[in-house]
Design a protein around this ligand. Structure first.
Ligand SMILES: *Cc1c(COP(=O)(O)O)cnc(C)c1O
Length: 393
C-alpha cells in the first residue's frame, strides 16, 4: 500500500525536507482548523467554547488517536505539556512502583533533556537515588535487581540507532524494573510494540507533524495507572476539577497525568495533523522509510567518500533517520539548506537527515544526495556565511 501523501502537506516549492524527524511540516488541513479555532471558537464563543467546542475533551480525544500509533489501547494515553515534563511525570511514577530500589538506568546516547530531568528529580527527592548510564549496547545486562526504572529513548536522536524494544522490555520485566520508553523519534516512524512496558512518552511535533510546541503524550500500562499518585498534582488531573475541593483526588486512569489548562490551539492543530494518520499502514510506512534511507546511504556513499556513515548500516537496527559524520558537517548542512535540501546538525560533527515517506519519494532522495554531493565536490560549504553557527542548529 502506498503511503505517499505529498498533496496533504504545504511544503515550500523547491524544498526537499529531510528534517521531519525534528519538526514535521505543515499539513494542509491544519491551517483551516487553526483558523476556525481562533476565529470561531475563541473569537466568537469566547469562554463558552470550553463547552460549545468541547475544548476540555480534546486531550483525551487526541490521546485516543495517538494510542494506535504506539500500539496502545484507547484510554491509556494522556496528552499535554512538553516531552520533558512527561519524562518527569513518568519517572516519578515509575519510582513509586519500586519504592525499595534506588537506581535509574539510562544510556549515554539518551537525549540530554531526559537525563537532565532524571538528575533534577533525583536531587529533588534527595533519597539516595542515582542516575546510572551505560553505553547503549550494554543496557540489557545492566538491568539488575537494583534498578527501579529503565529510561531509554527507542531511537537515538544522533545516530538513529534503534534499541531492541522487545528484548529490553522483557529483561526489565524479569528484573522487576519499571520500563519507560521515550518514543520521540519512533512515533509516526515505525510500528511500536510496547509489550509489558510500564510507561511510554513522546512528542507530537516530529513525525506526527503537530507543529512547533505541539503537546507531548504519556502512556501508562492500564493495570498500573490506579497505583500512581502523580508527582505533579494539577487541578485538571483531579477527579472532579470543578468541585474545587481542597483535597487532591486523582482522576481515574491515565487522566491523572493531566496537569493544567490544555493548549487548545496546538491540540486542534495536532488533531488535524492526525487525520492523515488514520489511513497510514505503519508496516508499509516502515518499509517505505527503509527503502528511502537505504537509497540515500547508497547515493551519498557513491558521491561523498569523505563522509562517514554514523548510523547503523543494518536498516533493521535504525529508525527513520540517517546521519553522516564530517568535521565540517555544520557548514555542509548550511550549504545544503541554501540549495533547497533541509537537514540539520548535531554536535560535534553529525549531519542528520530524516525520511518521512508521507511526503518524500525516491526522486527527492536522489536529488538530495546529488545536491549534497555537489556541495562537497564544489566546496560550497567553505563560504563564510555557512560557517557561523546559528542559535538553533
Ligand atoms: C525531541 C526530544 C525531546 C524534546 O523535549 P521537549 O520537552 O519537547 O522539548 C526530549 N527527549 C527526546 C528523546 C527527544 O527526541
Amino acid at each position: 500500500m502506498a503511503v505517499l501523501r505529498k498533496e496533504a502537506f504545504d511544503l515550500p516549492e523547491g524544498v526537499i525536507y529531510l528534517d521531519g524527524n525534528s519538526l514535521g511540516p505543515l499539513p494542509r488541513g491544519a491551517t483551516a482548523r487553526a483558523m476556525s479555532v481562533l476565529q470561531k471558537d475563541w473569537g466568537q464563543d469566547l469562554i463558552r467554547a470550553w463547552n460549545t467546542a468541547d475544548w476540555m475533551a480534546l486531550p483525551a480525544h487526541v490521546g485516543d488517536r495517538i494510542a494506535p500509533l504506539i500500539g496502545a489501547p484507547p484510554g491509556s494515553v494522556a496528552v499535554g505539556d512538553t516531552l520533558s515534563v512527561k519524562v518527569f511525570q513518568a519517572l516519578a511514577a515509575a519510582l513509586q512502583l519500586r519504592p525499595e530500589r534506588r537506581v535509574i538506568l539510562s544510556d549515554t546516547g539518551n537525549f540530554p533533556s531526559d537525563l537532565y530531568v532524571a538528575d533534577g528529580l533525583v536531587s529533588l527527592l534527595d533519597r539516595g537515588y542515582t542516575v546510572r548510564t551505560t553505553p547503549p549496547e550494554a543496557v540489557a545486562p545492566a538491568i539488575t535487581e537494583e534498578v527501579a526504572a529503565v529510561l531509554l529513548t527507542h531511537v537515538d536522536y544522533r545516530t538513529g540507532r534503534l534499541h531492541d524494544m522487545a528484548a529490553i522490555t522483557l529483561r526489565a520485566e524479569a528484573a522487576g524494573a519499571a520500563m519507560i520508553w521515550d518514543l520521540a523519534h519512533s512515533t509516526g516512524a515505525l510500528p511500536i510494540d510496547l509489550g509489558s512496558a510500564a510507561f511510554a512518552v513522546g512528542c507530537s511535533y516530529k513525525y506526527l507533524n503537530g507543529g512547533p510546541g505541539a503537546p507531548a503524550f504519556l502512556y501508562i500500562r492500564p493495570d498500573l495507572s490506579e497505583r500512581i499518585t502523580p508527582a505533579l498534582q494539577g487541578w485538571l488531573g483531579h477527579a472532579a476539577p470543578f468541585e474545587m475541593t481542597r483535597a487532591y483526588r486523582p482522576a481515574p486512569g491515565v487522566a491523572r497525568m493531566r496537569i493544567g489548562t490544555p493548549p487548545v490551539i496546538q491540540l486542534a492543530i495536532l488533531d488535524a495533523a492526525l487525520d492523515l494518520w488514520d489511513s497510514v499502514d505503519l508496516d508499509a510506512l516502515r518499509r517505505a522509510s527503509i527503502t528511502l534511507s537505504e537509497l540515500f546511504i547508497a547515493e551519498v556513499e557513491a558521491r561523498c567518500p569523505t563522509l562517514r556513515l554514523a548510523s547503523p548500516r543494518d536498516p533493521a537496527a535504525r529508525g527513520s533517520q540517517v546521519s553522516f559524520a564530517h568535521p565540517e558537517g555544520y557548514a555542509m548542512v548550511q550549504a545544503c539548506i541554501a540549495a533547497g535540501v533541509i537537514g540539520d546538525f548535531r554536535a560535534p560533527d553529525l549531519m542528520r537527515f530524516g525520511f518521512a515517506p508521507l511526503y518524500l519519494d525516491a526522486d527527492d532522495v536522489r536529488r538530495a544526495a546529488a545536491i549534497l554531493g555537489d556541495v562537497i565536490e564544489r566546496e560550497a560549504w567553505r563560504r563564510p556565511e555557512y560557517q557561523t553557527r546559528a542559535k538553533v542548529t
